[in-house]
Design a protein around this ligand. Structure first.
Ligand code: PRP
Length: 181
């Protein structure tokens, strides 16, 4: 596959990802037993992770999508999120799980979590496949996290560089030459 030529090395294999996704799904299925949580996938990066995660759950769930970007002000407690596509579901009284591919500074999730709580969600938990802990500036952490990773340029399994590489089945580190040219 030609896009593989742009990958420096594989960081997480398909098998590693699947095992971790299944672990997270088991935990969520236990913790939400008897309830009907609303899963909100944050577009676009999370679409692959969310698709695998939801199919590994054995509880009934509602799936929805939002497209947001933060204004990068983690010190502002609410409302600092630009919504390009809003949730179709009413979050009032719902147990919400936000699904993200990666937490970097944390600004996006910080703002989005506050927004959903302001709208009356009963609870808001965060499920993120990748966590760049060293980059965090906002006071936020994942309730369900897949892998802590170093500050490297990762692509695949939903993550892009200039909209490419989302369809790689694994997560790889992009060659410098690709983004420095
Ligand atoms: C990524 C990721 C989060 C956000 C995390 O999205 O999916 O939404 O950045 O960054 P933060 O923790 O610093 O706020 P991106 O803007 O790359 O959009 P995409 O998912 O559509 O590729």
């Amino acid at each position: 596959m030609y896009i593989e030529n742009d990958v420096e090395r594989v960081l997480l294999t398909e098998r590693q990802i699947k095992e971790r996704v299944d672990d997270i799904a088991r935990r969520i299925s236990e913790q939400y037993k008897g309830s009907y949580p609303l899963f909100i996938a944050v577009l676009k990066g999370s679409f692959v992770f969310c698709s695998d995660l939801l199919r590994a759950l054995d509880i009934p769930v509602q799936a929805d999508f939002m497209s947001v970007s933060s204004y990068g002000e983690s010190s502002v407690s609410s409302g600092r999120v630009k919504i390009m596509k809003d949730s179709d579901a009413d979050v009032k009284g719902r147990d919400v799980v936000i699904v993200e591919d990666i937490i970097d500074t944390g600004n996006t999730l910080y703002a989005l979590k506050n927004l959903l709580l302001q709208r009356g969600a009963n609870s808001v938990k965060i499920c993120a496949l990748l966590d760049k802990v060293s980059r965090r500036t906002a006071d936020i952490s994942a309730d369900y996290a897949g892998f802590e990773i170093e500050d490297e340029f990762v692509v695949g399994y939903g993550l892009d560089y200039a909209e490419r590489y989302r369809n790689l089945p694994y997560i790889g580190v992009l060659k410098r030459s690709v983004y420095e040219k």
